[in-house]
Design a protein around this ligand. Sequence first.
Ligand SMILES: C[S@@+](CC[C@H](N)C(=O)[O-])C[C@H]1O[C@@H](n2cnc3c(N)ncnc32)[C@H](O)[C@@H]1O
Length: 237
Amino acid sequence: MSDYQSRLSLMEGWYEELVASDEREQLLLQDYEPHRQFLGSLSGSVVDIGGGAGLAARFLRSDVDYVVVDPSELWRSREWIEFGAAFRKSGPEPRFIAADGEALPFPDEQFDAALSFWSLNHVRDPGRCLVEMARVLKPGGYARLVLEDIEPSWPDLLNDGAARVWARVARIKRQTLIRRPLIEAFSSKMRGDWPLHEDHIRIPEPALREWMGDCLTVKRREWIDGSLTFDLVKSGD
Ligand SMILES: C[S@@+](CC[C@H](N)C(=O)[O-])C[C@H]1O[C@@H](n2cnc3c(N)ncnc32)[C@H](O)[C@@H]1O
């Protein structure tokens, strides 16, 4: 089994357990909640690369043309088809396409927006997926990437440290930026061994920016609930 196939199997096992759990809806809602506003702002056609069961539909306007691209068979299981339909509520019915993000079966400049939520760490070649995402976006089109296991920069760690101290002093609830104890995070940053989940491929931020090239411009970079999130715009409008 290739490294990619074994990462995919691990991920599928995790989602098989999740769909069998009583807490599945609550857990997935927690993940999506910080993206509610962004998803609700989209219109026209939206492609979701590695979009799984098409759960983002719950937060999309009902008139959005929503296309989900994903190679995993898992999403075609009865459990996921039923749960996906219930979770999406009145959101648009997704058009599911079994394909790889590395070779999107669409012509150039077809979509108004693209999503890659917790999926780029699972693919074979994230750079190729990003190039494909840029190709199918219309000029001026938006994309949101939600990435896992990204090593934070030193300023990220210092900001997170300051936010933790302030939250403690002011006794306020703090949004999780980096999901690790601070001392542990500083130590592994210093040692250069930032942890990586077994089912993920590592994405260094400098490589990510290189793959974006001149085609995708970063409009916003933010840590949301432990995941580094980029809002991008396709150049050329
Ligand atoms: C952690 S799941 C996220 C699913 C979905 N975005 C969500 O929020 O529920 C990662 C997804 O990436 C998909 N994936 C794996 N390899 C891929 C590839 N080569 N191209 C596109 N998606 C891929 C997996 O099948 C899986 O659905």
